[in-house]
Write a new protein. Structure first.
Length: 289
């Protein structure tokens, strides 16, 4: 009996020593990190996932947002994530205590709109009828982004008075679209502004073709020009000229699916025309992508 009791005591002593040694060896190869996961307002995020960056260890935050995780001692960082919020990675520290602050993930907003534009002459030069234009606009943005807009003249617009403008030049108004592109800045989840420029076309009358049925003849005696009636009256010729465009506007998200955009474009006068600057006022409706 004494020999049996001695054997049991020996086995327990050896087992305890071996367990202590294993625990010491484990603690020498791992470390325990505690902390919490909160949002930008300091509210706890229960259910947040905390994992070893590049490792297999993963835990879920408790109801108060706190967590405890055991990781290899060589691990340099942890990663925390939460549905609907961004993922954040932090380096470990000597205290083995970490607090993760997760912020809202910035979505990419895309849109495509049908755009109607009304363009009218606002600066000096030969009077030109207002133009109706129609086109498409699309873009994408997070905090910043970009867009492209293309409009062309609607059917039925343009020069129609052959007594004032040369009728043969009317078709020249059909061929050149106004194309603009630029940047978008999101100001809130519902509203963004945009600023851009591009290439358009100006239209008006050719200053060199205007004489309204009169001409001038040089008189060498008086060294002056005399106005004479021309038997073949000249026409005022409708012209167009490629020119620059500048525009500004805003985009409002009505819902997750619909948006509306509005703005103004200034189409600068071209070099072939008598200072016919034009203002375009546009309005568009479309889908969020």
């Amino acid at each position: 009996m004494k020999k049996l009791i001695a054997a049991l005591i020996f086995a327990l002593t050896v087992g305890t020593a071996m367990a202590q040694t294993a625990t010491e060896q484990k603690s020498a190869t791992t470390k325990v990190i505690t902390g919490a996961v909160i949002d930008k307002n300091g509210n706890p995020l229960p259910g947040a996932i905390v994992s070893a960056t590049g490792g297999a260890e993963t835990v879920t935050a408790d109801a108060d947002g706190t967590f405890t995780i055991e990781v290899p001692i060589w691990l340099k960082s942890l990663t925390a994530s939460y549905p609907g919020l961004g993922e954040t990675k932090m380096k470990t520290n000597a205290l083995n205590q970490m607090i993760f602050t997760l912020k809202s993930r910035k979505r990419t907003h895309g849109f495509i709109n049908l755009v109607g534009q009304y363009r009218t002459q606002i600066s000096s030069g030969l009077p030109v009828p207002a133009q109706g234009e129609f086109g498409i606009m699309g873009g994408a943005y997070r905090s910043w982004g970009g867009y492209v807009k293309v409009v062309i003249r609607c059917v039925g617009g343009g020069i129609k008075d052959p007594d004032y403008f040369h009728y043969e030049d009317e078709e020249r108004f059909d061929v050149l679209p106004t194309t603009t592109f630029g940047v978008i800045k999101r100001l809130s989840n519902k509203f963004a502004v945009f600023l851009g420029g591009g290439v358009g076309f100006d239209f008006g009358g050719d200053a060199y073709g205007i004489c309204d049925g009169y001409d001038y003849k040089y008189d060498p005696v008086t060294d002056d020009y005399t106005e004479v009636k021309d038997h073949d009256p000249h026409y005022r010729y409708a012209t167009q000229s490629v020119t620059g465009v500048a525009e500004v506007g805003g985009l409002f998200r009505i819902s997750n699916k619909l948006n509306v955009t509005a703005g103004v474009s200034y189409i600068m006068h071209g070099c072939e025309v008598n200072n016919n600057g034009n203002l375009g006022i546009f309005l568009g409706f479309g889908l969020n992508l």
